[in-house]
Structures are given as structure tokens and as C-alpha cells.
Write a protein that binds this ligand. Sequence first.
Ligand SMILES: C[S@@+](CC[C@H](N)C(=O)[O-])C[C@H]1O[C@@H](n2cnc3c(N)ncnc32)[C@H](O)[C@@H]1O
Length: 373
Amino acid sequence: MIASSDFEIFLATAPGLESVLCEEARARRFKGATAVQGGVTVMGGWPEVWRANLEIRGASRILARIAEFRAMHLAQLDKRARKVDWAGFLRRDMPFQVEASCRKSRIYHQGAAAQRVATAIRDQLGAPISPEAEISVKVRIDDDLCTISVDTSGALLHKRGHKEAVAKAPMRENLAALFLRQCGYDGAESVVDPMCGSGTFVIEAAEIAAGLKPGRSRRFAFEQLASFDAAAWQRLREKGGAARPAGALRFYGSDHDAGAIRMSRANAARAGVAEMTEFRQHAIADLLAPDGPPGLVMVNPPYGARIGDRKQLMPLYRALGQTLRARFAGWRVGLVTTDASLAQATGLPFGPPAGPVSHGGLRVMLFLTRALP
Ligand SMILES: C[S@@+](CC[C@H](N)C(=O)[O-])C[C@H]1O[C@@H](n2cnc3c(N)ncnc32)[C@H](O)[C@@H]1O
């Protein structure tokens, strides 16, 4: 069993971005941050679980590890699951569900494993099992080692609670934040996205500059756990919660689609960054560098796999490259795409790409330049 005071907290993210998330966890002073397959582990208690949900931008969900034991067969899983102090984690009055995954283990039937653990919890606690429950207990059996965690986030963390309108192929907020970090963005420079869709990069960048916590507007599954302390959570949310002035910094989005611009403006207003952001409807060819010191151009143009085919997209990538090379001297460019030949078509001086990162069934890569000559 894991000690009851500090336990392992798992910050899940898209495979390929673990080391970037690990940097973020360290920067936010989480203890023992270690990059592992599919995420980052840190050590802490429930206040760190709440803080991770509230402050970490790059995670998709936060799991609290509550038990770990060997299980060679289902009867053993059943017996050991009944020894876990479920009342220390779950509430009798809150429905829960159990999901299981098995890998390289004698127990191979995921459904049966989930059912054994669910029954053990129900028998000990009397809490109702429901497939719609927000509280989800995750059982992972790997090499006969069973790890039990509770998902403390609920809805995935890229859902910040501000975006009602989404464009086609939107970038998830947590990935956008990690790509910005990978480009060296720290909230102290302007960001321009000339194909902004629903405005994800621009809004994330503005929030980072303003010191806004990504989870400030939403609820979390941990609010339904036995360990939840509403007063302590309220204090944590209020700590340093107000936006800090970002000075003269501005964040710019443009797109040739009028609907995208409407959406971006509405999303920025809901996120509380309308004053720091400017969205304009125009095509790439009409893009000009804003006044002020150079910063970062961050863009994910249409991908070959999703919207139209690669050959058709070459002229668009070429036009993007031409505009940036001609008008954005001193700016760095971060470009997220599925295809190295499309990135190459821009003629921009990219270093070797980072990634690939799994994103909505696609494998995307980040291409980054130094300051353009
Ligand atoms: C993959 S989406 C970007 C998604 C965006 N990052 C988000 O999170 O919503 C690509 C965007 O490029 C825009 N676009 C395509 N061709 C364009 C052009 N010639 N000029 C400006 N925008 C263009 C599309 O309207 C679309 O919104």
C-alpha cells in the first residue's frame, strides 16, 4: 500500500509531450516530477492534487494513485481490493465507476477485473455503481502489478470552461500550452496566430501572460471525493487568482473565416482576456507584423489528413512562409503540422522537429525557427 500522507500523483498528457509537461510541473514547484510514458508523476497529498488540476496547463487529467499490489488471478485481485480503505477516498453517497486495463498479465479480462474491484468497493462502502458516474476508479494491471487510481479531474482538463464555440480541427488547450512552452514562450512576449480558428493559441498565451489559472472557471471530480475540503479549496483558488496586468503586451489572431473570428472573440471574452487580444478577419496574404518588439508566431495550418489533401495545401504553406519571411524579421515561428514536406514548403529555417505527438488520432510535429533574419 502507498503511504497515506504523500502519494503518487499522475499528470496524464499526450504521448510525445511528457518532458515538456515535466518542465511545467517543476516550474510550478511540484515535488519529485518525473516524466514517464504518457505523463508525469509527482508526489504530494490532496492539496497538491487540487493545485495540479487548478494550475497545470499541459495535463489532460490528474490521477491520484491510491493502492498498488500484485494480483496473479481474479480471486487475488478481489481479496486485495477488499483490503483497500475505500472510505478514505470515496463517499458512500456518490456513484462511481471502475475502468480496467490489462497488459502482459495473467489477468487479461479487463471487464472481469473492473467488475471485481467495483463489487469490492460497493460491498465495503455501499456506494452505487453507475456507468455515468463522474468519479472513475482506474485499475491498471501491468506485468501482474495492479495499480489503482482515482481520476480527480472529471471532464478532460483541456476543457477550461470558457470555450463554447469551436472551429474545425481545434487545438486542445493543454497541447497548445505545451507547444507554446516548447517554443520558449514564458508570457513575456507577444504571440500572433495567423490561422487562429477558435483562438486557442492566442487565448492560452494571453492567460499565461496574465497569470490566470487554467482551472479557475470549472469544477472537478475531486469535489465529490471523501478528502475534499471546500474551504481549503476556496482559499487555494483565491490565492493569487486575480489577473496581473500584462503591460503593453498584446496577443493577435487572424483567420480568413468570419465565423472563426466571431468564435475567437467570444471565447476570449469568456476567458477574461478580451482586452489583451485582437482578432481580425483576413487571409494570410494580408498579415502584417504588429507594432512593438518581435515575439512568437504560433500556428497550426490545416492538416493534410483532415481538411483537404496535401498537394492542395502546398500553396497555402508556401504563402504563409513567404509572408512571414518578408514581414516578420526578428520573430520566432512555431508551426504544428502532420507533414514535414508541408513545413518545408514554407521555406522557413526550421530546426529538426519535436514530436511526434498524438493529437486526435493524428501524429503532429512542432517545427520551430530561431528569430527570423
Ligand atoms: C487547423 S485550423 C486552426 C485551429 C486553431 N489552432 C484552433 O485551435 O481552433 C486552421 C485554420 O486556418 C484557417 N485558414 C485556412 N486558410 C487560410 C488562409 N489562407 N488565411 C487565413 N486563415 C486560413 C482556417 O479557417 C482554420 O481556422
